[in-house]
Ligand binder design. Structure first.
Ligand code: SAM
Ligand code: SF4
Length: 567
């Protein structure tokens, strides 16, 4: 019996990739372990978006240098974005690594691991670089293998990611994704619909469609061109599915037909993650985002006209090449104008291989980047808290995700792995987590560059804890090792879940607002009505009014608090 240990750093795409890699290895009889000492195969699924993430991976991999000397049969693999970007260079920095597998070859991992074991020869499998062939040749070198799923690797049993697109063709000047994930390719709506049905049959209630620019989705099938609006209409009535989300949207591709589809399809989340990146037209042009602030404003007006009350979140980069103080103030003004639900703020990190790296000087000093990062976050927090305050006294329906992070971390029998997990949250790339299942605390985390005191209370719990050298999450009862262990199946299965005592739970509204309240852990995976009593910039704090007992829920779900005015 082989034992696999896997660490995942990065975005939701990486989380899904790890789910698929684990499924493939499980089919070959591998068992997962959370203890690297027990493993004969160690995989590191990596992120290259910022330099920080790469340093973390090297330090993680470095921890196993001596272990490998003692146990030469160990197979160590670096997979995903960094593998595609750095390829053989990884062997120079970490000679004890055996295997390098890019994002387009993940399906080959089981064979490659066996090959290393049989021959003890290093293996490399990567896709063509963007300039190494025609679009079609390069696209063909990135393989897809999404339908293979391992339910136990999901952040939660009732929430799942479904990739609808690979790659990206936008080529924003700062970004490595078009190189590490290859050309933009949409998946067949028929395949996607089949995958959603399978997931629903496994008990999934909320799906999140994934794509780097998810609203650019298009696919010709059966003589028809399918857009994202057609796709969500097609999967909307899948029995068992209650909520549909999608991330990340690209401002220029936010078409009216899509907004109307969200309006007309009640299971669609009234939440959009549409990164603006900067409030200054000059900077947007340098970033090659393809829109101006006025274009973005027009899009926001359409969103609010068609979807009143829809929550919108953004990403921002501070300290990009040539950013002046005046330019930076325009990002502050944009946050005030658009009143984002939340924003993920990143200090610019120059990435070799990108246009910005070639063409522009990284001329904003680190301390200025840090100060701007904190200033922007402070403004966003102020706006988020004001907007959340509007919910005080209102009732919201939430899909209960499970114990809040605080419940799990503050439990007296907290184990070492849970502490590791908590500390990890600040190390993850929080950008894509805004609306995603399994990342609920991470959703409100500041970027790794942000001071802990600016985080919400839930976040502070994690930030107070010790650091772990890698971006890794663990939970005690499961071998799932990923930055998304937040609401992992294992967490749901942990002792707190079974003892029936009310604890602090968390869930999300249809507009993706995080809500915490007291309840029994058995409510996880069901819909509950919560009255909001108080708020923080990141969270609505409330109490359960009634709980809908549904045929799909496990056993009797109590009405915990009967609200006087409730019907
Ligand atoms: N496709 C998404 C979009 O266009 O909005 C974003 C994907 S990217 C993995 C997530 C976020 O990381 C971006 O929105 C951007 O804010 C940030 N990012 C990307 N490259 C960066 C860099 N070189 N330095 C700092 N932040 C970066
Ligand atoms: Fe990167 Fe997103 Fe731009 Fe694509 S659209 S290049 S993923 S920032």
């Amino acid at each position: 019996m082989h034992r696999l240990y896997i660490e995942t750093v990065g975005c939701q795409m990486n989380v899904l990739d790890s789910e698929l890699v684990v499924a493939a290895l499980r089919q070959r009889g591998y068992e997962l372990t959370e203890d690297p000492k027990q493993a004969d195969t160690l995989l590191f699924n990596t992120c290259s978006v910022r330099e920080n993430a790469e340093h973390k991976t090297y330090s993680s991999v470095g921890r196993f240098k001596y272990g490998k000397r003692k146990k030469p049969d160990l197979v160590i693999g670096v997979i995903g974005c960094m593998a595609q970007k750095d390829q053989e260079r990884i062997f120079e920095k970490a000679p004890h690594v055996d295997l390098i597998v890019g994002t387009g070859q993940l399906a080959e991992i089981p064979d490659l691991v066996e090959k290393v074991r049989a021959t003890r020869k290093k293996q490399v499998a990567v896709s063509l670089a963007r300039k190494e062939g025609s679009w079609a040749e390069v696209a063909g070198s990135f393989e897809s293998y999404d339908p293979l799923r391992d339910p136990t690797m999901r952040p939660s049993p009732w929430q799942a990611f479904v990739r609808i697109m690979f790659g990206c063709d936008k080529f924003c000047t700062y970004c490595v994704v078009p190189s590490t994930r290859g050309p933009e390719q949409s998946r067949s709506p028929r395949e996607i619909a089949r995958e959603v049905e399978l997931l629903a049959a496994q008990g999934v209630r909320e799906i999140t469609l994934l794509g780097q620019t998810v609203n650019s989705y298009k696919y010709s099938e059966d003589g028809q061109q399918h857009r994202l609006s057609d796709l969500i209409a097609r999967i909307h009535d899948t029995p068992g599915i209650d909520r549909i989300k999608f991330v990340t949207s690209f401002p220029k591709d936010m078409t009216t037909d899509l907004l109307e589809a969200i309006r007309d399809l009640p299971k669609c989340s009234r939440y959009l993650h549409v990164p603006l990146q900067h409030g200054c037209d000059e900077q947007l042009k340098r970033m090659k985002r393809g829109y101006t602030l006025a274009d973005y404003r027009e899009m926001m007006q359409r969103i609010h006209n068609i979807l009143p009350g829809c929550a919108v979140s953004s990403d921002f980069i501070v300290g990009f090449c040539g950013e002046t103080e005046e330019g930076f103030q325009k990002s502050i003004a944009a946050i005030r104008e658009f009143r984002f639900k939340n924003s993920f703020i990143f200090k610019y990190s120059p990435r070799p291989g990108t246009k910005a790296y070639e063409l522009f000087v990284d001329d904003v000093p680190e301390e200025v980047k840090r100060r701007r990062n904190n200033e922007l976050l402070a403004v966003q927090n102020e706006i988020s808290e004001e907007d959340n305050a509007e919910f005080i006294g209102r009732r919201v329906e939430v899909l209960v995700e499970g114990p809040s992070k605080r419940s799990r971390i503050s439990s007296s029998d907290r184990s070492e792995p849970e502490r590791d997990f908590a500390s990890t949250l600040r190390d993850t790339d929080p950008s894509p987590v805004a609306s995603l299942p399994g990342w609920h605390q991470g959703a409100e985390l500041p970027s790794p560059d942000v001071a802990p005191e600016q985080a919400g209370p839930e976040t502070l719990v994690s930030l107070d804890l010790g650091t772990r050298p890698s971006g890794m999450a663990r939970s005690p009862s499961s071998p799932l090792l990923s930055t998304t262990g937040e609401t992992s199946l294992s967490a749901m299965n942990s002792q707190t879940v079974h003892d029936g005592t009310p604890i602090q739970l968390m869930g999300r509204t249809l507009c993706d607002r995080i809500v915490v309240f007291q309840g029994t852990p058995r409510l996880a995976g069901t819909l509950a009505e919560i009255e909001v009593d108080d708020v923080t910039p990141t969270t609505l704090l409330g109490r359960m009014v009634t709980h809908r007992v549904e045929p799909r829920s496990h056993g009797l779900l109590p009405i915990l608090t009967e609200h006087p005015g409730s019907a």
